[in-house]
Write a protein that binds this ligand. Structure first.
Ligand code: NAD
Length: 525
């Protein structure tokens, strides 16, 4: 891959969108950090450069965020007033979905169909959050004494949002929208490998009337910019999506300052096919679950357990259908499996397949870089299905984050559930069967934040998303997703006007003869 030449502007992208500027405290300007070269995964060519943010930018952005919350009165606005701005951001995203899609396909390689769906989902997230914000109420709790007791919610202040490269606009929206809705300022740190749509989102938010300073976007390396956000004394919460190793490291840093975190991490999701499953529906679902987004999905259904009775038929159909998937550039109509994010990541995936083969796995289909000369410069890897290993193999235990699935036969339901749960992760799971009682029984026993029955990889912004065990902690989406950026406060309000009994005698004696306060007099009238 040659990254030496001068960037060539990409067709279909407004050059303004690729300006070498970061967004610090409401100001667009060049960063002072390292140079990021953005490479089109389909061609290996540099299409833009961006000067990253620095640790000093983090401090400036945090101060600006605090000042913006105070000066704009953002946190004190009525919910419908904040909702109006958030809704407008959603509308801006929707109106520019085509540009976002083109930009994200250029930056990540994903198909235009995938990136357009992500853009529309991000628009929906802002609109949902705007609507949900108006339904969040403070609540009275059951009275246990001579006070009214109630729960009210405060914003946290400045929230740090660190995101990965696989679905930038959707991950951004899932964090930025609820954090703003809750009355906070947000410092977003997009990944070095895909910074552009987050910057573009900030432009759209600005145009929608978001007060300056409430959102900063600081692309840069995790070790410097990311850690500076997490360790900054005035950042009150971290919301992070990324790998488990990074998440664990950041959770340790957050623990030092006792800062709450939401962590959406990796997965190795089991997909279970029972012998009464509809073959066509199942094969289509398995393919979508593992090979869409070229497998670069946290919930990718990468461990496929198939009941012995239909193993040969199912695997035969799956292999044939996999071989017929259309591999190509994300911009080409009809492409199903686009290039991976970059050559380094593709090579890492290839190395994991080689290691699996060394450990005894057989390649049923794929397992190689495509030999089509038209794809030679891109970061492609063929959709791959492996077999011949048991669930303890490295390829069944480690997240690959690429278009690679392993198929494993099973006989017994109890044993299957043990195997399905036998990883460190707990993100998602799929169940394919015509027997809804069995589906319910198995779904209840799978240790995962999301279970799909006869479907896969569906998302609803109103449905909470969470990982268990090493797949993360905390909740995104739904009304709880907004609450996760608020601090709960309990208020006790006396309704008797009487002194508390413990020292009432002394208090009465000490205050005898002092005039009643006007409010009291007014109440007594
Ligand atoms: P990553 O952990 O390498 O990076 C994620 C983000 O963290 C990036 O912005 C990166 O710059 C930053 N970062 C890295 N090291 C850091 C540090 N020391 N301090 C602060 N920030 C740091 O992950 P990735 O390769 O970008 O993304 C792939 C991973 O994300 C996969 O494991 C995938 O499963 C996971 N993921 C999870 C979900 C989910 O919702 N559970 C969704 C998408 C992706």
């Amino acid at each position: 891959m040659d990254t030496q030449f001068v960037p060539t502007p990409a067709a279909g992208i407004d050059p303004d969108v690729l300006r070498d500027e970061i967004f610090v405290g409401g100001v667009w300007r060049r960063g002072d950090g390292e140079l990021i070269e953005s490479v089109d995964p389909a061609t290996g060519r540099v299409f833009a450069t961006l000067t990253a943010a620095t640790v000093a930018d983090v401090d400036e952005a945090v101060r600006a965020g605090q000042a913006a919350v105070a000066a704009s009165g953002w946190a004190e606005l009525m919910p419908h007033e904040r909702a109006r701005v958030l809704y407008r951001i959603g509308e801006q995203i929707e109106a520019h979905a085509g540009q976002i899609s083109a930009l994200q396909t250029l930056d990540t390689g994903k198909t235009l169909g995938e990136t357009e769906a992500l853009a529309r989902s991000a628009a929906g997230t802002f609109r949902y959050v705007a609507a949900a914000l108006e339904t969040l109420e403070d609540s009275l709790t059951p009275r246990r004494g001579p006070s009214l007791t109630m729960t009210s919610w405060d914003p946290m202040g400045v929230v740090g949002a660190i995101t990965p490269w696989n679905s930038p606009i959707a991950s951004d929206a899932q964090k930025i929208a609820p954090a703003l809705a809750a009355g906070n300022a947000v410092i977003a740190k997009p990944p070095v490998w895909a910074p552009w749509v987050t910057l573009y989102l900030a432009r759209l938010a600005e145009q929608a009337g978001l007060p300056a300073g409430l959102l900063s976007v600081l692309p840069g390396p995790g070790r410097t910019v990311g850690e500076a956000i997490v360790t900054h004394p005035d950042v009150a919460k971290l919301t992070f999506t990324g790998g488990t190793t990074t998440g664990r490291h950041l959770a340790r840093l957050a623990a030092e300052k006792l800062m709450p975190v939401t962590l959406e991490l990796g997965g190795k999701s089991p997909t279970i096919v029972f012998d009464d499953a509809d073959l066509t529906q199942t094969v289509a679902g398995l393919l979508f679950g593992i090979f869409s987004s070229s497998g670069q999905s946290c919930i990718a259904g990468s461990r496929i357990f198939v009941q012995r009775g239909i193993y040969d038929d199912l695997v035969g159909a799956l292999v044939q259908a996999t071989a017929n998937l259309r591999v190509g550039p994300g911009t080409a109509p009809g492409t199903q499996v686009a290039p991976m994010i970059n050559h380094a990541h593709r090579d890492g995936v290839a190395a994991m397949v080689e290691r699996a083969v060394a450990e005894g796995a057989q390649v049923l289909v794929g397992g190689a870089i495509p030999d089509d000369p038209a794809l030679a410069d891109g970061a492609y890897y063929l959709p791959t299905i492996l077999t011949g290993v048991d669930n303890t193999a490295t390829i069944c235990q480690q997240e690959i984050f690429g278009p690679v699935a392993v198929v494993l036969p099973f006989d017994d339901e109890a044993d299957l559930i043990g195997q399905a749960n036998d990883t460190v992760f707990g993100l998602a799971s799929g169940i394919w069967t015509a027997d809804y009682r069995r589906a319910w029984r198995v779904a209840r026993q799978i240790q995962a934040g999301t279970v799909y029955i006869n479907t896969y990889k569906q998302f609803s912004i109103s449905t909470p998303f969470t990982g268990r065990r090493e797949s993360g902690m905390g909740i995104e989406k739904g009304r709880e997703g907004i609450r996760s950026y608020m601090l709960e406060k309990s208020i006790y309000l006396d309704i008797t006007g009487e002194p508390l009994p413990w020292a009432a005698e002394q208090a009465r004696a000490a205050t005898a003869g002092t005039p009643a306060r006007p409010e009291t007099a007014a109440t007594e009238k």
